[in-house]
Structures are given as C-alpha cells and as structure tokens.
Design a protein around this ligand. Structure first.
Ligand code: FAD
Length: 516
C-alpha cells in the first residue's frame, strides 16, 4: 500500500556531508540505474553543483545526476525508481537552471535530472495564424527569444530574467510586466509533453489529457517532468520605448498602475518598484536614461523619502515612431507622477527583455551574484494593497532592503484559472517581490536580519490581510501548504496520487514526502 506522508525534508543551511544516504541498500538501488541503457550520461561524481541554487541558503547533495539526451532517458530513469517501489526511498528532482530559492530543484541522496542537457526536440518555430515555438523543457528563455526573433516573432509573456528554463518557470507561473494583458507564462502554452512519476510519457493540452496539462502548469514539478512545450508567439516589435517616472505618494502610484492595466490601448509592459534609500539608483538613471527635463531632473532629490517608480514599456517598429510618441505622450498625460522625474530610453526588444542579465553580469563581476538571496514574493489583492504598503514600506522596511522591491498589478481575467497556481480571490492583484541579496554576514544587511524582516512581513500578511498568497513559496509543514492551496488542495492531492503516487518527483518543494 502506498503511503504518502506529510512532513517536509529540506533543512536550511544543511551541511552537505550530513546528507549522504546512510544505508548501503539505498546506494545499491541507485547504482542499479547505472545498468540502464541511457542515451545520455549518468554520473555519481561531480554532483555538488546540484546541491546549490540561486537562493544560496539550502543544500541537499544528490547521489547521482543524469544528463539526459532523450525523453526516453527521463522516462527510463523515473520508471526504474517507480518500479523499485517505496522501499528504495529514492526521489527524482528535475533541475532547470537551478535558480530556485529554497532548494526546490534538489533531492537529498536521490537522482537529479539536469534538464538543460535535454536538447530534444530541436527548437522549431511554427508560423501561421496562431504561431508557436516547440522547445525542450530544459531550454532557456533567452535562447527562445533569440530564435523566435529570426522569424519576427516572440513569446508574449516573460519573466524579468531570461536565463531560466521553460520547465522551471512553467512549474511556477512566470510573471512579469506583460502578465496584466497576456497572463503569466503558464497561460501561454498550447501543449506539453510530460513524464509522470510512474515514468509514463503523455502529450497534454487543453483538449488532450487536460487534467494533467493544467495540473503541471504552476504545479511545482509535482505531477511530471516537462520534456517538451509548445509556447504561443506573437509579432515581435523591433524597438522599445522604456520609461520610468517617480511618485512620492503610494496611493497615486498604484492608482495610475491600475488605470494603465485597465485600458485596452495601453503600454505593453507595466511594472513598478519601491525605492527606500536608493539615491544611487536615481543617479544611475540620470546617466543610463534621458530625463525629459534634464535641468529639473538634475535638481530632483528624494530628500530621504520613499519613492515609487512606475516602469513602462511601449513596443514599436521604427516606421511608426512618431505615432508611438504621440500615444506615449497621451498615456503619460493622464498620470500623476512628479513631473520632473520622467526618464526615457529607447532600446531593442532583445535589450529590453534581457535587461536583468546586464545587471547580473555586473554583480557577478563584483562577486555579488553568488550570495544568499532570501527573496520573498506575494500576490496581494488590490483591495489590500494600501494597507500592505503602509505597514511594510512605512514600518517594517524603514531602512529598505539590499535589492529591488517590485510591485505591480495584473488582471486576473487574463489568467487561466484552471492551472495549479493559486491566486488571490480578486480580479486585480499585485505581484510583490522583495529581492534581497546578502553580501554581508552580520548586522543590518545580514541574513538573520533579513529573514527576521521577512517573517514580520509574512506575519502581517497572515494576520491582517485577506486573500494574500505567497508566490515561489516555501513552507515548513504540510499544514501550511494545505492553507496555501486552500480549496485547491484536494485537487492537488488527487493529482499527486494519480500522476506521482510514490511522491518521487520534486521532493525539494517539501510538499509530500516519500516514506517506506
Ligand atoms: P529550477 O530552479 O531548476 O527548478 C524549479 C522547480 O521546477 C523545481 O521544483 C524543479 O524540480 C522543477 N523543474 C525544473 N525543470 C522542470 C521540468 N522540466 N519539468 C518539471 N519540473 C521542473 N519568476 C517569475 O515568475 N517572474 C520573474 O520575473 C522572475 N525573475 C527571476 C529573476 C531571477 C534573477 C531569479 C533567480 C528568479 C526569477 N524568478 C522569476 C523565479 C523563477 O521563475 C523560478 O525560480 C524558476 O523556477 C527558475 O527556473 P529554473 O529553470 O532555474 O528552475
């Protein structure tokens, strides 16, 4: 009889030496994998990379890493682990680009499948009235952008950073400034090929195996490994007008954001962020962006106050530049930003969409990329956002954080509500991200301090706000996961029993534990 037990497995700051499996039985069953006829490569050495992620706070050492060359490699491996039965205790973690925050792509003493090695199917663009691109589940979004641009096409919905895999973001949601009009990435998929926790291969879509299709999208890797995806495309504009304007007043800032996302004809991208003690950032824009009014902009100072930056983008082709200028002027004229703080820039679509990579490279050079990232993300109902901002920016984070604080609204009507993702029960809600980096180990910027601040924000949301949901979340108990999923929990468990009954897949999410 299958027993799926309830508690979590991930341990913060684990010493990887403690994580090696203790029983020789365990390692002997894993080495039985060695005899399987893989097209790709199975290794028991050099597996340390798979015990790390972008979050830099969790570590679980696997026993082996499979670099698959084909979908049958993945199916073979998972089926083998499934057939070993619950007694083996083995789990399997698909690893995309390893940019999770809390060890979600790890398995302690199990098998990691390194999805970036899966180069099949070869990326193919299908043009026509509903164009799409077919890609491997381990493909990076930046490569998809480069390839589709050759056809004058591009995916419609993005994440802010493109060096993430298709399987990794589709397991969460994939939210950025286009999500208000196109929904998140999980609302822009036509078809998936999936290997379930029994090792079976299924093609699924809205019409075919739809329960699996919607389960997988936003399903935190719990029901299957995405090996192939068909992603919807639209025409790609060549150029982007990229705009930043500032506000002192949160109510005006959020009113303008909500106004812009409610319009039919509006910007193509609407985001925003909070600037607490970020004079350096303001100075950087003065050089990288062109102020509309250079004299006034050079005199503008934040006077130590918190500022709210509305970030906008309008896509266009060079021949329609004049028309677009008029359209942008018209949209901006309805907004209430501080008039001297209009910063403009014009870049290619590739430069705009890949913008975070430039910052990432600079941080990497300074040794500030591979540091702990105790990020915290919420989806906050629009009705609660003023209270959220008042308490969080006014009281809890008076010193700010070392990193961006993102905040922007989306329209739920554009999101497909059949996916596994849980969202607040309102038509408009905000995506809020506290994206801290921790270069120092103690004091105001230290990890303990940031984690304590995060706990305060979570406690405030849990106790004072209705309907707020965490995104990219991590919980310590299954009770908390149950509360997170709310009325969707039953369906989530039912799907787990159907598609991964031994709880083999994505153990790093800490939702279900495989037990003997
Ligand atoms: P991994 O970390 O490797 O895996 C994530 C989870 O998905 C794991 O549970 C793993 O087992 C599972 N998984 C991986 N591949 C597959 C597969 N093929 N099939 C099934 N399951 C799989 N998110 C947003 O929504 N919007 C943003 O703007 C955004 N910006 C980000 C910027 C940065 C710098 C970083 C580090 C993260 C950002 N994220 C954003 C979060 C990001 O979308 C997730 O962390 C995502 O999971 C990372 O993709 P990955 O390929 O690194 O996945």
């Amino acid at each position: 009889k299958i027993i799926m037990v309830l508690l979590l497995t991930c341990t913060p700051e684990s010493n990887t030496n403690d994580l090696l499996p203790s029983s020789s039985y365990h390692s002997s069953v894993l080495s039985s994998l060695n005899h399987l006829p893989f097209d790709g490569h199975l290794t028991f050495d050099n597996v340390q990379f798979a015990a790390k992620d972008f979050g830099g706070m969790f570590s679980s050492l696997p026993l082996a890493v499979l670099q698959p060359r084909s979908v049958s490699d993945i199916s073979l491996a998972v089926r083998h682990v499934f057939e070993l039965g619950p007694a083996s205790g083995l789990t399997v973690a698909a690893r995309g680009h390893g940019h999770s925050l809390h060890g979600q792509a790890m398995t302690r003493g199990g098998l990691v499948i390194s999805m970036e090695s899966l180069r099949w199917p070869k990326m193919r663009v299908f043009t026509g009235s509903s164009p799409f691109v077919e890609v491997s589940g381990g493909e990076l979004w930046i490569n998809i952008l480069r390839e589709t641009l050759k056809y004058g096409l591009a995916p419609k919905s993005w994440t802010d950073y493109l060096h993430l895999t298709v399987g990794g973001t589709l397991s969460n949601a994939g939210i950025s400034g286009q999500a208000f009009r196109h929904g998140p990435q999980i609302s822009n998929v036509y078809e998936l090929e999936v290997v379930t926790g029994k090792g079976e291969i299924f093609t699924c879509s809205e019409k075919q195996n739809s329960d699996l299709f919607y389960g997988i999208l936003g399903g935190l890797g719990q029901f299957g490994i995405i090996t192939r995806a068909r992603i919807s495309l639209g025409p790609a504009a060549k150029r982007v007008k990229w705009i930043k304007v500032l506000y002192h007043d949160f109510a005006l800032f959020s009113k303008d954001q909500e106004h812009l996302i409610s319009l039919e004809k509006t910007f193509d991208y609407v985001e925003g962020f909070v600037m607490i003690n970020r004079t350096g950032l303001l100075n950087r824009w003065r050089s990288s962006f062109i102020p509309k009014d250079p004299v006034q902009a050079s005199r503008f100072t934040s006077e130590g106050k918190t500022l709210y930056c509305l970030e906008l983008a309008k896509y266009f082709d060079p021949e329609e530049s004049e028309l677009v200028n008029q359209e942008v002027e018209r949209l901006l004229s309805k907004l209430s930003y501080i008039s001297s703080t209009l910063f403009l820039s014009e870049v290619s679509l590739l430069e705009f969409l890949d913008r975070v990579h430039i910052s990432a490279l600079k941080l990497r050079e300074k040794g500030l990329w591979e540091v702990p990232h105790p990020w915290l993300n919420f989806l906050v109902p629009a009705s609660q956002i003023k209270e959220f901002a008042g308490e969080v920016f006014g009281n809890i984070l008076t010193d700010g954080i070392n990193g961006p604080i993102l905040i922007y609204p989306v329209n739920k009507s554009k999101w497909n509500n059949r996916t596994s993702l849980v969202t607040p029960p309102e038509d408009t809600f905000y995506n809020v991200g506290f994206l801290s980096s921790v270069p120092l180990s103690t004091g105001k910027d230290g990890l303990e301090h940031i984690l304590a601040q995060n706990r305060k924000i979570i406690e405030f949301c849990d106790s004072k706000l209705r309907g707020t949901k965490r995104y990219l979340s991590h919980y310590s108990t299954q009770e908390e996961w149950k509360a997170h999923f709310g009325t969707q929990w039953e369906v989530f468990v039912r799907r787990k029993l159907e598609y991964d009954p031994l709880a083999i897949l994505a153990p790093g999410q800490g939702i279900f534990e495989k037990r003997i």
